[in-house]
Write a protein that binds this ligand. Sequence first.
Ligand code: FAD
Length: 231
Amino acid sequence: MNDATRSPGPNRGGMNYMVELRQRRWLSAKAFEIELSRPTAFEFKAGQTILLIHANNARHYNLVSTPNDPYLETCVRLVRQGALSPILATAEIGSTFEFSGPYGYFTFNSSAHPAVFVASGTGIAPFVCMGRSGVKNFILLHEARSAEELYYQSLFREIASQYVPCVLEAPPADLELAGAFHGPVAEFVRDRLPPANYDFYLCGRRGMVREVTLLIDARFPASRVYTEIFD
Ligand SMILES: Cc1cc2nc3c(=O)[nH]c(=O)nc-3n(C[C@H](O)[C@H](O)[C@H](O)COP(=O)(O)OP(=O)(O)OC[C@H]3O[C@@H](n4cnc5c(N)ncnc54)[C@H](O)[C@@H]3O)c2cc1C
């Protein structure tokens, strides 16, 4: 297929490409990964997004594949009444999609301060890309409704200095998760995170990002905060 660069993208200078849907893998009943072919000219940095375009809809998705992988991969939450995610959930393997990119500045900045990654749901995606690309020794707080939605657990249990699943619905006693906190990430940041100057990276739901940012201002005022909001 022709994956050649076509034209400058719709905003911020990204280029447009055509790609093929190669694989879909469900991570839970609500989220799936899609693998797309990678145009040879397309370069990006860990933490950046692509804008997938279909008919009149265009939506951003973070890449979970690394800048060195020969394919592109994203992790998508199925919004049942949504315009694009149901199409990505059901499109036939071999279908073609247009995308533009790369976009965004939510990339990892090394510093002397410990990094705290805070994600809700598929907001984990940019941290997957950073982790697979070699970023280590961060604290990761991942909020999910249920244990089933704690995507990429094994990766983070291996590379994070501390991995804290924050599960909203308490898992049954026989399914207790090692190191799990039962409650929203905001509660963990408020009550459990020791005082220090951190570099915070927040990604996911607007409400979570807003609440955690306010807590950081109150409890960790000298910390840096980087954010990416999904809705
Ligand atoms: C910078 C950026 C990066 C993003 N990266 C990802 C990513 O890696 N993975 C991913 O799954 N999504 C990501 N999103 C969200 C994604 O772009 C779409 O908004 C989402 O897939 C819904 O699109 P839709 O067309 O299916 O639904 P729409 O028709 O756009 O939305 C229907 C409704 O669902 C709400 N909604 C949007 N996203 C969610 C969600 N995740 N959970 C619950 N409700 C939601 C919207 O606010 C809207 O009210 C990102 C968004 C931005 C801005």
